[in-house]
Design a protein. Sequence first.
Length: 311
Amino acid sequence: MTQTDKQHIHIPITTSGRTALEHLYQAVNADNPSPAISKQQLKDAALKGAIWLTPCPSKTNKPHKTERLRRLKKVLAPNDQLDFYSDPRLLNTDPAPPTLIADFEQYSVWLKPRGMLSQGSKWADHTALYRWVEMHYKPNNQSRPCWIVHRLDRATCGLMLLAHSKKMATTLSQLFEQKRIQKGYQANVWGKFPDTPQTFNTPVQAKTAISHVQLLETFYPPSRTEQPAISRVRITIETGRKHQIRTHLSQAGYPIVGDRLYGDDKRGEKKLDLQLTAYQLAFKCPITQTQQQFCLSEPQLNLHRFDSERE
């Protein structure tokens, strides 16, 4: 796109018989002697989730639910409303691709890379895992709809489940709610973590939060006076609050290496991405009723191996 500024363009529809593409093209280029945004760019923005439609049927004259409009061939009616959330920087962003771990047709398991979102925003969703899979993963040349059933922070990489039907999304969501899906994490944290397992239960966002943390190994710098030790730990959680693991470890004095939000910049975390990975998923398959366990290998963890002495 030639425009560079982030802007929201609201378009009330007052005429009939024209497509969404025609309405958008006229609105975004109304004040430009030459087109600032082409029709192809608008189609691309729609596929990436930046264009929304609020239909208002003439029978009721009441707005229906606002939803993303992916295809711009739809003919609009008076009182419909279009919204274009234009963010050229975001729309021109291509995320690193995820890795398929397993495909059960009704659901699949993916390794989400750091920097990829779990869900989109009103400005776009092509950088989110579910939409990337819908757009790029086409077994037998057929794309699949995707529903998210749990989330990972943008800065966290790791295993994620995607449902490919509303029924399976409900089933998997219920398994999470019933704590029948076990999730495991690994992280590099600042400091020498205790040898005995620790449980942290400080509320997060005024809600109950419980994290269990166990030491795996400790890295020491060549000169132990230059910087603190770094520990590799394993984490399991009983609750899934936003930033729960990052909050608990930081409050305990062991912030995750690379954590810009809860860490200590003086320790040089800006040199590394967030050192937190969701490395394990275990559950009974709702299709076959067989136990499934997925565990990332050391290279897949994408956690830094520090060149130092180890304990």
